[in-house]
Design a protein around this ligand. Structure first.
Ligand SMILES: C[S@@+](CC[C@H](N)C(=O)[O-])C[C@H]1O[C@@H](n2cnc3c(N)ncnc32)[C@H](O)[C@@H]1O
Length: 270
Protein backbone atom coordinates (compact mmCIF):
# COMPACT_ATOMS: atom_id res chain seq x y z
CA UNK A 1 0.00 0.00 0.00
CA UNK A 2 1.41 3.38 -0.97
CA UNK A 3 1.99 5.95 1.70
CA UNK A 4 -0.32 8.91 1.33
CA UNK A 5 0.80 12.46 0.68
CA UNK A 6 -0.81 13.55 3.91
CA UNK A 7 1.19 11.04 5.91
CA UNK A 8 4.47 12.09 4.28
CA UNK A 9 3.59 15.76 4.76
CA UNK A 10 2.92 15.20 8.45
CA UNK A 11 6.24 13.34 8.90
CA UNK A 12 8.01 16.23 7.14
CA UNK A 13 6.33 18.93 9.19
CA UNK A 14 7.07 17.12 12.46
CA UNK A 15 10.73 16.41 11.61
CA UNK A 16 11.35 19.82 10.07
CA UNK A 17 13.13 18.45 6.98
CA UNK A 18 13.03 20.78 3.99
CA UNK A 19 12.14 17.71 1.88
CA UNK A 20 8.57 18.66 2.75
CA UNK A 21 8.64 22.12 4.32
CA UNK A 22 10.35 23.67 1.29
CA UNK A 23 10.44 21.18 -1.59
CA UNK A 24 7.06 19.48 -1.26
CA UNK A 25 8.56 16.11 -2.25
CA UNK A 26 5.53 14.35 -0.79
CA UNK A 27 3.97 15.11 -4.18
CA UNK A 28 6.28 12.52 -5.78
CA UNK A 29 7.26 10.24 -2.93
CA UNK A 30 3.69 9.14 -2.37
CA UNK A 31 3.97 7.45 -5.79
CA UNK A 32 7.09 5.51 -4.85
CA UNK A 33 7.02 4.81 -1.16
CA UNK A 34 5.29 1.61 -0.38
CA UNK A 35 4.89 0.34 3.16
CA UNK A 36 5.07 -3.34 2.25
CA UNK A 37 8.29 -2.79 0.26
CA UNK A 38 10.30 -0.67 2.67
CA UNK A 39 10.62 -2.49 5.92
CA UNK A 40 14.30 -2.99 6.21
CA UNK A 41 17.24 -0.75 5.28
CA UNK A 42 17.34 2.81 3.93
CA UNK A 43 20.48 4.57 2.71
CA UNK A 44 20.68 8.37 2.50
CA UNK A 45 23.65 10.42 1.35
CA UNK A 46 23.69 13.68 3.35
CA UNK A 47 23.08 14.07 7.07
CA UNK A 48 22.53 17.85 7.29
CA UNK A 49 21.10 18.46 10.74
CA UNK A 50 19.77 14.91 10.98
CA UNK A 51 16.12 15.87 10.37
CA UNK A 52 15.70 13.27 7.66
CA UNK A 53 16.44 10.48 10.17
CA UNK A 54 13.36 11.56 12.13
CA UNK A 55 11.43 11.91 8.88
CA UNK A 56 12.18 8.40 7.58
CA UNK A 57 11.75 6.84 11.03
CA UNK A 58 8.29 8.34 11.29
CA UNK A 59 7.29 6.88 7.93
CA UNK A 60 9.08 3.53 8.37
CA UNK A 61 9.40 2.98 12.15
CA UNK A 62 11.03 -0.45 11.76
CA UNK A 63 13.63 0.57 9.24
CA UNK A 64 17.34 1.09 9.83
CA UNK A 65 18.83 4.32 8.48
CA UNK A 66 22.34 4.26 6.97
CA UNK A 67 23.51 7.83 6.44
CA UNK A 68 26.69 9.02 4.70
CA UNK A 69 28.32 12.38 5.21
CA UNK A 70 31.71 14.01 4.82
CA UNK A 71 32.97 14.22 8.37
CA UNK A 72 30.46 12.45 10.52
CA UNK A 73 30.44 9.06 12.11
CA UNK A 74 27.85 8.13 14.71
CA UNK A 75 25.75 5.19 15.87
CA UNK A 76 22.30 5.85 17.28
CA UNK A 77 19.06 4.05 17.89
CA UNK A 78 17.98 2.64 14.53
CA UNK A 79 20.59 4.55 12.53
CA UNK A 80 24.27 4.79 11.74
CA UNK A 81 26.18 7.66 10.13
CA UNK A 82 29.23 6.65 8.07
CA UNK A 83 32.02 9.00 7.10
CA UNK A 84 32.13 9.03 3.30
CA UNK A 85 32.98 11.58 0.63
CA UNK A 86 30.73 10.79 -2.32
CA UNK A 87 33.18 12.47 -4.72
CA UNK A 88 35.73 9.76 -3.87
CA UNK A 89 35.42 6.39 -5.61
CA UNK A 90 37.62 4.89 -2.89
CA UNK A 91 35.24 6.04 -0.14
CA UNK A 92 32.19 4.87 -2.07
CA UNK A 93 33.70 1.43 -2.68
CA UNK A 94 34.51 1.12 1.01
CA UNK A 95 30.88 1.85 1.92
CA UNK A 96 29.66 -0.49 -0.81
CA UNK A 97 31.63 -3.26 0.86
CA UNK A 98 30.47 -2.31 4.32
CA UNK A 99 26.79 -2.28 3.32
CA UNK A 100 26.78 -5.16 0.83
CA UNK A 101 25.23 -7.61 3.27
CA UNK A 102 22.33 -5.23 3.95
CA UNK A 103 19.24 -5.44 1.85
CA UNK A 104 18.54 -1.81 0.88
CA UNK A 105 15.02 -0.86 -0.19
CA UNK A 106 15.40 2.89 -0.69
CA UNK A 107 18.35 5.13 -1.53
CA UNK A 108 18.19 8.93 -1.38
CA UNK A 109 21.02 11.10 -2.69
CA UNK A 110 20.74 14.38 -0.79
CA UNK A 111 24.50 14.94 -0.53
CA UNK A 112 26.80 17.29 -2.44
CA UNK A 113 24.26 17.83 -5.29
CA UNK A 114 27.13 17.83 -7.80
CA UNK A 115 26.18 15.91 -11.00
CA UNK A 116 29.57 14.18 -11.33
CA UNK A 117 29.34 12.93 -7.71
CA UNK A 118 25.71 11.91 -8.18
CA UNK A 119 26.61 9.73 -11.19
CA UNK A 120 29.65 8.21 -9.43
CA UNK A 121 27.46 7.27 -6.46
CA UNK A 122 24.58 6.05 -8.62
CA UNK A 123 26.89 3.77 -10.66
CA UNK A 124 27.87 1.82 -7.57
CA UNK A 125 24.92 1.97 -5.20
CA UNK A 126 22.05 1.54 -7.67
CA UNK A 127 23.64 -1.56 -9.16
CA UNK A 128 25.03 -3.34 -6.14
CA UNK A 129 23.19 -2.10 -3.05
CA UNK A 130 19.60 -1.39 -4.08
CA UNK A 131 17.10 -4.25 -4.11
CA UNK A 132 15.10 -5.14 -7.22
CA UNK A 133 11.85 -3.19 -7.77
CA UNK A 134 13.10 -0.47 -5.41
CA UNK A 135 13.59 3.27 -5.79
CA UNK A 136 16.62 5.58 -5.91
CA UNK A 137 15.84 9.26 -5.39
CA UNK A 138 18.08 12.16 -6.38
CA UNK A 139 17.07 15.35 -4.60
CA UNK A 140 17.77 19.04 -5.20
CA UNK A 141 18.75 18.83 -8.86
CA UNK A 142 18.37 22.62 -8.99
CA UNK A 143 22.18 22.93 -8.78
CA UNK A 144 22.32 21.72 -12.39
CA UNK A 145 20.73 25.06 -13.35
CA UNK A 146 23.37 27.07 -11.44
CA UNK A 147 25.75 28.69 -13.88
CA UNK A 148 28.35 30.47 -11.81
CA UNK A 149 28.11 29.43 -8.24
CA UNK A 150 29.07 26.77 -5.71
CA UNK A 151 27.51 24.15 -3.45
CA UNK A 152 29.31 22.83 -0.35
CA UNK A 153 32.47 24.43 -1.76
CA UNK A 154 32.22 22.66 -5.14
CA UNK A 155 31.90 24.84 -8.27
CA UNK A 156 28.54 24.61 -10.08
CA UNK A 157 29.02 25.80 -13.65
CA UNK A 158 26.13 24.04 -15.36
CA UNK A 159 22.89 25.51 -16.81
CA UNK A 160 20.03 24.33 -19.03
CA UNK A 161 22.30 23.47 -21.98
CA UNK A 162 25.12 21.91 -20.00
CA UNK A 163 26.07 18.39 -21.07
CA UNK A 164 26.89 17.61 -17.45
CA UNK A 165 23.60 18.81 -15.99
CA UNK A 166 22.13 15.87 -14.07
CA UNK A 167 18.76 16.52 -15.72
CA UNK A 168 20.27 16.31 -19.22
CA UNK A 169 22.33 13.23 -18.31
CA UNK A 170 19.34 11.29 -17.01
CA UNK A 171 17.25 12.51 -19.91
CA UNK A 172 19.66 10.76 -22.29
CA UNK A 173 18.98 7.53 -20.38
CA UNK A 174 15.31 7.74 -21.36
CA UNK A 175 16.38 6.85 -24.92
CA UNK A 176 18.36 3.89 -23.54
CA UNK A 177 15.21 2.59 -21.85
CA UNK A 178 13.75 2.52 -25.37
CA UNK A 179 16.82 1.01 -27.04
CA UNK A 180 14.68 -1.81 -28.44
CA UNK A 181 13.51 0.72 -31.02
CA UNK A 182 16.95 1.86 -32.13
CA UNK A 183 18.97 0.69 -35.08
CA UNK A 184 22.30 -0.98 -34.22
CA UNK A 185 24.36 2.06 -35.17
CA UNK A 186 22.14 4.38 -33.14
CA UNK A 187 22.37 2.05 -30.17
CA UNK A 188 26.19 1.97 -30.30
CA UNK A 189 26.34 5.75 -30.60
CA UNK A 190 23.99 6.19 -27.66
CA UNK A 191 25.94 3.69 -25.56
CA UNK A 192 29.14 5.68 -26.16
CA UNK A 193 27.37 8.90 -25.24
CA UNK A 194 26.07 7.39 -22.00
CA UNK A 195 29.56 6.16 -21.11
CA UNK A 196 31.03 9.57 -21.89
CA UNK A 197 28.58 11.09 -19.40
CA UNK A 198 30.20 8.91 -16.74
CA UNK A 199 27.52 6.23 -16.42
CA UNK A 200 28.29 2.56 -16.00
CA UNK A 201 26.32 0.78 -18.71
CA UNK A 202 25.58 -2.26 -16.52
CA UNK A 203 24.04 0.01 -13.92
CA UNK A 204 22.00 1.79 -16.56
CA UNK A 205 20.80 -1.59 -17.85
CA UNK A 206 19.19 -2.26 -14.48
CA UNK A 207 16.93 0.81 -14.66
CA UNK A 208 13.22 0.10 -15.14
CA UNK A 209 11.95 3.69 -15.19
CA UNK A 210 12.99 7.27 -14.62
CA UNK A 211 10.56 9.87 -13.31
CA UNK A 212 11.40 13.56 -13.37
CA UNK A 213 9.74 15.78 -10.79
CA UNK A 214 10.17 19.35 -9.64
CA UNK A 215 13.75 19.34 -8.25
CA UNK A 216 14.08 15.55 -8.07
CA UNK A 217 14.55 12.41 -10.15
CA UNK A 218 13.18 9.01 -9.04
CA UNK A 219 14.68 5.92 -10.64
CA UNK A 220 13.17 2.47 -10.27
CA UNK A 221 15.25 -0.69 -10.47
CA UNK A 222 14.16 -3.55 -12.64
CA UNK A 223 13.87 -7.20 -11.63
CA UNK A 224 14.33 -10.56 -13.36
CA UNK A 225 10.79 -10.19 -14.72
CA UNK A 226 11.91 -7.21 -16.81
CA UNK A 227 14.64 -9.14 -18.59
CA UNK A 228 12.31 -10.75 -21.12
CA UNK A 229 11.43 -7.28 -22.43
CA UNK A 230 15.01 -6.10 -22.65
CA UNK A 231 16.80 -8.51 -24.91
CA UNK A 232 14.59 -9.39 -27.84
CA UNK A 233 14.25 -8.65 -31.49
CA UNK A 234 11.96 -5.71 -32.19
CA UNK A 235 8.76 -6.94 -33.84
CA UNK A 236 8.43 -3.84 -36.03
CA UNK A 237 12.09 -3.75 -36.96
CA UNK A 238 11.36 -2.91 -40.60
CA UNK A 239 9.61 0.25 -39.50
CA UNK A 240 12.95 1.53 -38.27
CA UNK A 241 14.21 1.65 -41.85
CA UNK A 242 16.08 4.83 -42.59
CA UNK A 243 14.47 5.32 -45.98
CA UNK A 244 11.08 6.62 -46.92
CA UNK A 245 8.51 3.95 -47.70
CA UNK A 246 7.10 5.06 -50.99
CA UNK A 247 3.74 3.41 -50.28
CA UNK A 248 3.17 5.96 -47.57
CA UNK A 249 2.39 8.44 -50.27
CA UNK A 250 -1.10 8.19 -51.61
CA UNK A 251 -0.94 10.26 -54.77
CA UNK A 252 0.55 9.00 -58.01
CA UNK A 253 2.25 12.33 -58.61
CA UNK A 254 4.17 12.13 -55.35
CA UNK A 255 5.19 8.55 -55.98
CA UNK A 256 6.52 9.47 -59.38
CA UNK A 257 8.36 12.42 -57.95
CA UNK A 258 10.01 10.32 -55.26
CA UNK A 259 10.90 7.69 -57.80
CA UNK A 260 12.64 10.33 -59.79
CA UNK A 261 14.64 11.21 -56.77
CA UNK A 262 15.77 7.59 -56.84
CA UNK A 263 14.77 6.97 -53.29
CA UNK A 264 14.01 3.40 -54.27
CA UNK A 265 17.48 2.92 -55.64
CA UNK A 266 19.24 4.18 -52.56
CA UNK A 267 17.06 1.86 -50.50
CA UNK A 268 18.14 -1.11 -52.61
CA UNK A 269 21.84 -0.23 -52.14
CA UNK A 270 21.45 -0.33 -48.39
C1 LIG B 1 21.09 19.00 2.18
S1 LIG B 1 22.12 18.34 3.45
C2 LIG B 1 21.33 16.85 3.85
C3 LIG B 1 20.01 17.07 4.53
C4 LIG B 1 19.34 15.83 5.06
N1 LIG B 1 19.37 14.73 4.12
C5 LIG B 1 17.90 16.15 5.40
O1 LIG B 1 17.01 15.94 4.55
O2 LIG B 1 17.68 16.58 6.50
C6 LIG B 1 23.50 17.85 2.49
C7 LIG B 1 24.58 17.14 3.26
O3 LIG B 1 25.50 16.62 2.30
C8 LIG B 1 26.81 16.67 2.85
N2 LIG B 1 27.80 16.63 1.76
C9 LIG B 1 28.30 17.64 1.01
N3 LIG B 1 29.24 17.18 0.17
C10 LIG B 1 29.34 15.85 0.39
C11 LIG B 1 30.17 14.82 -0.15
N4 LIG B 1 31.07 15.07 -1.11
N5 LIG B 1 30.01 13.56 0.30
C12 LIG B 1 29.10 13.28 1.28
N6 LIG B 1 28.30 14.21 1.84
C13 LIG B 1 28.42 15.48 1.40
C14 LIG B 1 26.83 17.97 3.64
O4 LIG B 1 27.83 17.90 4.64
C15 LIG B 1 25.41 18.03 4.18
O5 LIG B 1 25.35 17.53 5.49
Amino acid sequence: MNISRDEIKLAGDLSGTDKVTHHGYERFYSDFLNRSKICNQILEIGYGEGQSIKFWKRIFPNSFLNILDLDKSEIGSGFQVFKCDQSSLKDLKKIEKELESKSIDLIIDDGSHIPEHIILTFNLFFKSLLNENCTYIIEDIETSYWTNSECYGYPTNYGIDSKNSIVNSFFVLNHWLNKEFLREKQKNKLENKIKSLGFNIETVNSIRSITFGHNCICINKNSKDDLKYLDRDYRFKLKLNRFININMFKTKRLKTFLNKLKIYNSRKKE
